[in-house]
Design a protein around this ligand. Structure first.
Ligand code: 5AD
Ligand code: SF4
Length: 478
């Protein structure tokens, strides 16, 4: 018999669109003592989909679960708690999750007490909640992006009342500091600098699933990076949907360029940040970025389209010329920079000429990589209602043409490092061979080279011998 819901707080994308001008409250995470041994002797497994924001959230979820006594399971099937931390950005990402959720039904046969949870951006959509209720009644807990810190309470309720819960907030959440973290990597760390997004690009569901833009206080971010440096971390990546608007909601006069300048002074070898919005990437930020040193010469700067007309329909708030101008300035001030981007093809009624403008922009910018997507209508966003006469076939053909050009950019971007000596932060051993190590250069290029496992986590010098499209091959320099 299917369990009953002991609470059923469903989201509303309409409510999530509202932006109420109120101060962000900063809470301190505290665990009620009654939850402390909730996970004793039990295991957990988290499957994460989507962006770095979700990866960072999964580290919080893992941190909370381990504080409750859960330990990480070897495999999903045998785990007591399975969590799907999901992405809503495109429809195929959602379909995949439903496929996987369906398969978890059989886990309950072997382990009737197992708890299946869905969280992340998909949980913020009412239509997903409806579909889970209909197709996956074995899912025990659904929580959203704003109430991760409530997980102990939700687990407690489900375990002690043998019920199911849906608890998703649709108003912008606050900031919770001090959530325990179980980081995935011992040398590279994600650092959230802000949450949410206020941009409302017309195709994008993120402002609805992640709420209003809320910046963490500079002192909290600086303290986190300092403590990571002391713990021996070698790289931090600052995270936000639009890091360039950091600080806009704070009542102090402190922006992303100030933050970057302050973090630059900390003794940590590598600082990266993502994602940047071209509109807000101002001259002060370019200057801070150009400080170099521990600020890595790599930038992901999503352009989305090379046509000013399409950019206008996308509500990106910059033109093709303004984007090109930023790239020119960046290359002037950071001569060694590698730039990658995101591009959407087949935005409703994108013409052939408009698409060609994307191709010429890709050439002009010399991108060293790009994530390319076919527009996916997201219910609740304005672009999902725009008339669209372009055939699926044309969209696929455009993606194919674009990818050909983008792949040339990957290879060119890698080729320019042939013969150079690069500092590589060693990530681990290659999946193909135990003697081959892999790591990343300052420009975020993947390098494979022969070396001993003891070098994992170190920054080593590697001479680049050959460039391929997706990686570099090098030799350790003594
Ligand atoms: N369809 C296709 N791609 C999208 N993106 C965001 N929303 C959509 C959508 N509805 C892409 C954008 C963004 C990246 C993270 O995902 O290019 O930068
Ligand atoms: Fe989505 Fe635009 Fe916000 Fe990026 S800036 S998360 S594309 S709305």
């Amino acid at each position: 018999m299917s369990k009953k819901y002991s609470r059923y707080l469903v989201p509303s994308l309409r409510d999530a669109r509202k932006r109420i001008n109120r101060e962000t409250i900063i809470h301190k995470y505290e665990l009620d003592s009654k939850y402390i041994s909730l996970g004793a002797g039990k295991t957990y497994f988290i499957k994460t989909y989507g962006c770095q924001g979700n990866l960072a959230d999964s580290e919080k979820i893992a941190g909370i679960l381990e504080e409750l006594g859960f330990i990480k399971a070897e495999c999903e099937e045998l785990s007591d708690v399975v969590i799907f931390n999901t992405c809503a950005i495109r429809e195929n990402a959602e379909n995949r999750v439903f496929g996987e959720l369906g398969r978890t039904k059989k886990y309950k046969k072997d382990n009737p007490d197992s708890i299946i949870c869905l969280c992340g951006c998909m949980a913020q959509e009412e239509k997903v909640i409806e579909k889970v209720k209909r197709l996956c009644p074995h899912v025990d807990i659904i929580f959203g992006t704003h109430n991760i810190s409530q997980l102990p309470e939700l687990l407690y309720e489900v375990i002690n009342t043998s019920s199911k819960v849906v608890d998703v907030l649709s108003y912008e959440g606050d900031i919770v500091e001090g959530v325990p973290l179980k980081r995935d990597h011992s040398k590279k760390a994600w650092v959230n600098i802000m949450y949410g997004c206020d941009e409302f690009c017309t195709y994008c569901i993120v402002p609805y699933t992640r709420g209003r833009e809320r910046s963490r206080l500079p002192e909290d971010i600086i303290a986190e990076v300092k403590s990571l440096a002391l713990e021996g971390y070698k790289e931090v990546t600052l995270l936000g949907q639009n890091v360039n608007s950091y600080g806009r909601d704070l009542d102090i006069n402190y922006t992303f360029s100030n933050l970057l300048t302050d973090l630059h002074k900390i003794d940590i070898p590598r600082i990266r940040f993502t994602t940047s919005h071209p509109k807000d990437f101002d001259d002060a930020t370019i200057d801070a970025f150009a400080l170099g040193g521990n600020i890595m010469p790599y930038l992901h700067l999503p352009v989305q389209s090379g046509s000013s007309n399409v950019l206008k329909k996308m509500n990106r708030k910059y033109t093709r010329e303004e984007y090109l101008d930023k790239v020119r300035k960046l290359k002037e001030k950071v001569p060694n920079i590698s730039i990658t981007t995101d591009i959407i093809v087949g935005f409703p009624n994108e013409t052939d000429e408009e698409f060609k403008e994307t191709l010429t922009l890709v050439e002009e910018c010399g991108f060293e990589g790009a994530y390319t997507f076919i527009f996916s209508p997201r219910e609740g966003t304005p672009a999902a209602t725009y008339p669209d006469e372009i055939s699926e076939e044309t969209k696929k053909q455009r993606l194919y043409e674009l990818n050909k050009l983008v792949n040339e950019g990957y290879l060119k971007g890698n080729k320019r490092f042939e013969g150079t000596i690069q500092e590589v932060l060693v990530d681990g051993v290659s999946s193909k061979s135990d003697n081959v190590l892999t790591g990343y250069t300052p420009n975020n290029k993947l390098v494979n080279f022969n070396g001993d496992k003891s070098l994992i986590g170190e920054i080593v010098k590697v001479k680049i011998e050959k460039a391929f499209s997706w990686h570099l091959r090098g030799k350790l320099v003594d």
